[in-house]
Write a protein that binds this ligand. Sequence first.
Ligand code: SF4
Length: 227
Amino acid sequence: MPLDVDHLIARYGHLDGKDLLAALIKGELAGRVAVTSSFGAESAVLLDLVAQVDPATPVIFLDTDELFDETIEYRTQLERRLGLTNVVVVRPSDEELKDAADLWRTDEDRCCELRKVRPLARAVSGYDALVDGRKRAHGAERENLATLSDGGGVLKVSPLATWSAEAIEAYFVAHDLPRHPLVAQNYRSIGCWPCTRPVEPGQSPREGRWAGKNKSECGIHTKSLGR
Ligand code: SF4
């Protein structure tokens, strides 16, 4: 039976943060919820909330083969610190990697399609709800982000959509969460190394992604992921 996304939005759309995660992970979507995480600059907050609800929740980590070494190390650190027991590492196929070789220099959209969108679509095909760490405070396409939305037959869940940068920072401090090592060098949104830059004071975190290009999203949050 197709997922009744409208029903879920009407029932749970007033919740956010841990309350929303608990209602979905422990409630009527139990066993059908996956979290996608870049293990980037702000990821620890969402992952800490997920771990409090159920540390065995599947957390899908997409290794594009172009990540910073610091991100790989931080993933291991956070996984241990938070007690996450079901981190799933997803990679592009050998053929996708071959087709995407150096493509970030000439065609970023195609590179993201091969390294990110296709591998992630395969990994999440069995889930009904996908949790991510997007926030309105990131600006651009995310300014009007809802906590729940229809991702083409799958429920997209952004429990931190309405959280401000100050609320995220306060959570880091209150819970003594470890920082991604590159945050100390002013990296505020961290993806693949060729397409990530530090930002200046006053810039939004996302301005460090595909800087100078007419691109602000890779497609994993804006495409239907094949459903
Ligand atoms: S972020 Fe850059 S390197 Fe990573 S998949 Fe997209 S274009 Fe390629």
